[in-house]
Design a protein around this ligand. Structure first.
Ligand code: ADP
Length: 195
């Protein structure tokens, strides 16, 4: 059996800052940032999966698990083949995947999860404001509509949060993401230095 990928999961509601932190961590040698949402957004509309992604994400819903995991496996294999990512050398920083307990089960034989960083933001209005701000800046249609944002937050509570129990409290590290990005980063680095 191939060795599993040494992984750290960035976890949190939409707007909690996973992408911001993931991008920074990905610039550190021996860390490879993989954002599931970016993977979908890099598809083109003439790709079947690109159309399916638009259909689900514009409603604020998750893309079906089998399609998501298949695309993720293809992407990571490609990153390995092209030498951008090496499982013996690098730690994967996963952002936005696994997004429900079923995806976690599907990835159990692939990932060696060392830590789950749970970015919490109790201030709902702050989270919504962050999402609406990036809607234009990053051209994210799913961030522009308040009903879609609410739906995504609802799906996060119902489908994604149970992933925390799946991995269990020994792996979960909670970080207050209402702090400024630099302080959130410092907290995350303190955790990563110990796993
Ligand atoms: P955010 O965390 O701000 O909601 P993402 O960029 O991570 O944004 O995800 C955008 C959309 O991409 C999601 O609403 C969903 O439709 C789809 N998506 C991303 N990751 C997954 C996943 N692991 N499983 C299913 N759908 C996903």
């Amino acid at each position: 059996m191939e060795t599993r990928y040494r992984s750290v999961l960035l976890f949190g509601a939409p707007g909690s800052g996973k992408g911001t932190q993931g991008k920074i961590l990905g610039t550190i040698p021996n860390f490879y940032h993989c954002a599931c949402g970016d993977m979908f957004r890099n598809l083109t509309i003439d790709h079947d999966l690109g159309r399916i992604f638009i259909e689900y994400s514009s409603r604020g819903e998750l893309v079906p698990d089998e399609l998501t995991i298949r695309l993720w496996r293809d992407n990571i294999r490609y990153a390995e083949q092209s030498g951008r990512f090496a499982r013996e050398r690098d730690t994967l920083v996963l952002d936005g995947i696994p997004r429900n307990p079923h995806q976690a089960v599907m990835l159990a034989e692939t990932l060696d999860v060392k830590a789950l960083i749970n970015l919490t933001c109790p201030d709902l209005s702050k989270m919504i404001e962050r999402l609406q701000r990036r809607a234009l800046r990053e051209n994210r249609l799913d961030d522009a509509n308040l009903d879609v944002i609410k739906k995504r937050l609802e799906i996060y509570e119902r489908e994604t949060k149970p992933v925390l129990d799946h991995y269990g409290s020994a792996l979960v590290h909670t970080v207050d993401s209402t702090q400024s990005p630099m302080f959130v980063l410092r907290n995350i680095l303190d955790i990563l230095a110990q796993v």
